[in-house]
Write a protein that binds this ligand. Sequence first.
Ligand code: URA
Length: 486
Amino acid sequence: MRTVFLKGRGDFTEWRDAARALLQADIEPQAVDWRLAGEATLLEGAGEPQPMPEPLAAAGKAVAVPAAFLALAQSVVCHTQPARFALLYRLLFRLRHERQLLEIVSDADVIEALRLEKSVRRDSHKMKAFVRFKEVPGEKGPRRSFVAWFEPDHFIVARTAPFFARRFADMDWLIATPKGSATFNGEGLVVSDQPAEKLDRQDVADDLWRVYYANIFNPARLKVKAMTAEMPKKYWKNLPEASLIPGLIAQAEEKVKEMAEKAASQPPLFHARLRERAATALLADPPHDAPSPTLAGLRRQAEGCTRCPLHCNATQTVFGEGPERADIMVVGEQPGDQEDLAGRAFVGPAGKLFDGVLSEIGIDRQALYVTNAVKHFKYEPRGKRRIHQKPNQGEIEACRWWLGQEVDLVQPKLVVAMGASAYFSLTGEKRPLSEVRGKMMSIGEDRRLLVTVHPSYLLRLQEGEVQRRERQLFQNDLRGMKEYFM
Ligand code: URA
């Protein structure tokens, strides 16, 4: 067994020289024990490690390796994983006979090397993003001096420092880290692999970072998980702006509401285009009451519906969708803002909640025919926003004809009415939902009706115990569907 001692602080040449000598002497990877200087060896107490073979490069026997391996090895060497030197030597040894080895992405050694390389690359990227210079007070000459403290995961100072030399060429700086430091004075960059002492300075630049961060923080785009993946918490202690983050997150919801209230403008551009298209359909296929014998035909007919005034302001008819012969039909109230723009039922927030509950109880939405009691969006414009308005009895009655046709064509065994409008449209009865909710009733000979709340009702409840309980009840109601699948 040969024991090789390295400093192992990200210096590629020390590994390369040792690996070259071993390879030229044809020493198998399993016969090498790679150690950090000062570390105990595998064979300690069991005899002396053998001396390294003399490198033969000087004798003209150079080792040729693919350029891709060199680049990979230069990164991997910077990782802190103790097994990295052995891994790289194993790859190098195999490459002599397996020239395409690096292209075999299922090979365990290749996978591991790429994993280490990615981690080093990420660490270097984080250093570029999160180093925060603080000015060192002194004479204000043409060049000002700055220092920064950073805590990298790996030995990346030497490979990342040239970026700072290019970016901050007009100032003198020092970046100190527990894994080495870099200094720049306009003439040259000096890198040391010696651990530096922690620097703990406050300066006015900290306030500037905080102002900058508060300004670029967009509460409407807040995704805490993505944010902490991009700016991991371990870096926060050295980022002056990080002290703002918890407060900004806590206020985000309130801020988004404020932004929505203030906004005032036109509906989206394509809204007008869709309405134009619906008007053209109306001219080409004027409304008539002879029901189409197919769902596709019925849907086309409904595009030109003028049975009530709601078509005037809606973008388009939102017709039902699902299998032509579904065992279960689900009926909501009317399309909302997002459904009106997309032309599809239950794709907005209520639809997402509905989808979530379905998947919790193992029902595939694709197996259901999903539609609404009213096929046009009823709203009141308020600035940029279109505020949902409940359809009145006349509007529901005008639209009942379509729902009746849908039921006749789909022939569901079970119809689920979500909310009072759907219940009224399906039965012509007005009863408090609490009286009929959760019960299985008959509508027609071979058809059952199940009534439950509308998912928007759950969205309107405040987050907390009541909302959780109501959601659970809604889930229990929908569970009743399961026995109606073939
Ligand atoms: N609410 C409904 O009743 N139907 C939809 O399609 C969307 C929201």
